[in-house]
Design a protein around this ligand. Sequence first.
Ligand SMILES: Nc1nc2c(ncn2[C@@H]2O[C@H](COP(=O)(O)OP(=O)(O)OP(=O)(O)O)[C@@H](O)[C@H]2O)c(=O)[nH]1
Ligand SMILES: [Mg+2]
Length: 328
Amino acid sequence: MPTNLPPEYFKLEKQLRDVQTTSEKLEIMDEMMSVIPKHKGTDKLRADLRKRISKLKTAPQSKKGAARKESAFNISKEGAGQVVVAGPPNVGKSSLVDALTNASPEISPSPHSTWNPLPGMMQVNDIQIQLIDTPPLNPDYIDKGLFDLLRRADMVLLVVDIQSDPFQQLEESADIFRNNRIAPERLKHLYENEPKMRFLPFHVIANKTDSTEFDENIEIFDELLEDNWPYLAVSAQTGRNLDRIGDIVFQRLEIIRVYSKTPGKPADMTAPFILKKGQTVEVFAANVHKELATKMKTARIWGQGVYDGQMVQRDHTLSDGDIVEVNI
Ligand SMILES: Nc1nc2c(ncn2[C@@H]2O[C@H](COP(=O)(O)OP(=O)(O)OP(=O)(O)O)[C@@H](O)[C@H]2O)c(=O)[nH]1
Ligand SMILES: [Mg+2]
């Protein structure tokens, strides 16, 4: 046993003996991992601990139903969309969620610092979108809960590190997704004979583009992607392009904001209804109130491609930013 372990380590080791549940144990072991100093002398200790963590995670749960219910990956949707931030170890997933949302995930220079998913809310104009930080896509071990989470999600931000073979990282991640029946919507045509696939919008985030020094890396990456993977080069460290992520996510989710107006009153511009692109006045009315859709005769609309207060029918397709007054 190396002699230079900090006192917190021993405190945690003691705590570990006293707790019962797997999630408590994992949390403590996770903390133990983070307090062990990183150098040659602790290599073995860290490897052993990693093995213990991995074993604990793969061990069959005795109460299956209960265990499933309390899975950390069972995160309820909040806001206008649920977006999973995924990718290989140490690429900056947690740093991005930290920079873009109100959540404060752990960030660490050593890989595998995130063990559990963590949701946060990202403000995009006047709406909020949920981003979820996740543990790394580690070819040796991934909690299956991550793929359950992805299947339920609305979109994936696949983060890679422009400074360390981003294309290989992308390909390896894509393989892991594919093996778990998840693929980008844009590449649907490649999976025609594969059953039970879940297709999602993917957007690649090439992180750690801190300076122009990495422009060449971006160019090479760009060429290798061959238009198959839309991407954005950012730096969580310098803040480069972080302000563009919100708009991109909004676009890729294919959602629109529609504001409600009650006859004789000004429109409520504080809380838009979120609809899918292409949805109609009728769907909007049903979102406001089930009965409203049935009772609706016509509607008046303010927004794109119409004159102010134009009368429209229930099958009129709405645009982002429209204000709708339903008349019964
Ligand atoms: N140079 C540079 N470093 C970054 C950037 N973003 C994150 N980092 C650093 O990269 C390391 C890993 O960051 P994390 O955010 O913990 O990465 P992660 O993908 O969540 O890592 P795991 O949870 O272990 O998979 C930390 O030392 C960060 O400070 C960036 O844009 N540029
Ligand atoms: Mg992390």
